[in-house]
Design a protein around this ligand. Structure first.
Ligand code: NAG
Length: 294
């Protein structure tokens, strides 16, 4: 009765509702609770259930993707992956991290070193090859994959062909270059503009740079006109500006000098910033629109 008094102070008491009404109320709350929780749990379930399904179908998909298809006579039996990053669409430039191993790079350097143009510098008293570094201009040498008895350049060339799907026969011999402190390459085009160089039987489509060494400071490959930047008549071609790619041993950089329609992409202008500290070694492969007769 005390309860009744408290609850039903200004309204209807429990006892006045009668037993059937109390029963119905209880039933109502029971079902409300039951369906409410079911609805909530259904939401949980619906948000959880598709996940395993998605994962399942993804892993099924992954298995399908990894499964090689029957290949053509010149194809491969396996599904390969060469990781890359699109650095730019203007120019079309791709970055290939860890394209070659450190050992491969060191081996190419070792091989190229002995064939670099011999120093024409006469050493004075107290001068050594070490302390006259940087006085000479950058050195380089050409070597074709077939000339490399270690087989490393063969592997690299094959991988470049697979990454570009441009046959190996379209590549010039590797040009291995060394840049020492202060050495640079002013911005230029790899393609030959017929307006400046006359009609071309064969044109450079793309360039692949394999960085053979890290560079402590400087030596970046730069694209000063990237996305149309700096493209004014007074542009200073010695300037180190625009999109810069820092050399990292074993990493590759591919960029296209021509548009798909064969005209020169003006944004493919590029150069090498001066080396500030350390040495830069790079192997360049120029790829042409015509097969090269070696
Ligand atoms: C070639 O392609 C470029 C880029 O798509 C375009 O800007 C240019 O006008 C084209 N030139 C010709 C001659 O078709």
């Amino acid at each position: 009765m005390k309860i009744k008094g408290r609850l039903g102070g200004g309204g209807v008491g429990w006892s006045s509702l009668g037993l059937p009404a109390v029963f119905l109320l209880c039933l109502f709350f029971f079902f409300a609770g039951f369906f409410g929780s079911t609805l909530l749990s259904q939401q949980d379930v619906s948000s959880l259930r598709p996940r395993p399904r998605v994962l399942e179908s993804e892993s099924e998909g992954a298995r399908d993707i990894d499964k090689p298809l029957p290949r053509g006579q010149t194809g491969e039996d396996y599904v390969a992956g060469i990781p890359f990053q699109v650095l730019s669409w203007k120019p079309r430039a791709l970055y290939f991290p860890r394209f070659a191993t450190a050992e491969q790079c060191e081996s190419i350097i070792k091989m190229a070193k002995i064939h670099l143009a011999p120093s024409s510098l006469a050493l004075r008293k107290g001068e050594t090859a070490e302390n006259t570094k940087g006085i000479r201009t950058s050195s380089g040498m050409f070597i074709s994959a077939s000339e490399d008895t270690t087989g490393i350049l063969d592997l690299i060339e094959e991988k470049i062909a697979r990454a570009t799907l441009i046959p190996r026969t379209h590549g010039e011999a590797f040009n291995v270059l060394r840049y020492e402190i202060g050495q640079r390459y002013n911005s230029h085009y790899d393609a030959f503009n017929p307006a400046e160089y006359g009609p071309q039987n064969s044109q450079r489509i793309a360039s692949f740079l394999l960085y053979l060494s890290d560079v402590e400071e400087g030596g970046e490959t730069m694209f000063p006109f990237e996305n149309g930047l700096n493209m004014d008549a007074n542009y200073d071609y010695r300037k180190c500006t625009g999109l810069k790619v820092r050399p990292r041993q074993g990493d590759g950089l591919l960029f296209y000098s021509l548009f798909p329609n064969g005209t020169i992409d003006q944004t493919s202008l590029h150069g090498s910033c001066p080396v500030i500290s350390g040495q830069k070694w790079v192997a360049t492969k120029w790829i042409r629109n015509q097969a090269q007769d070696d």
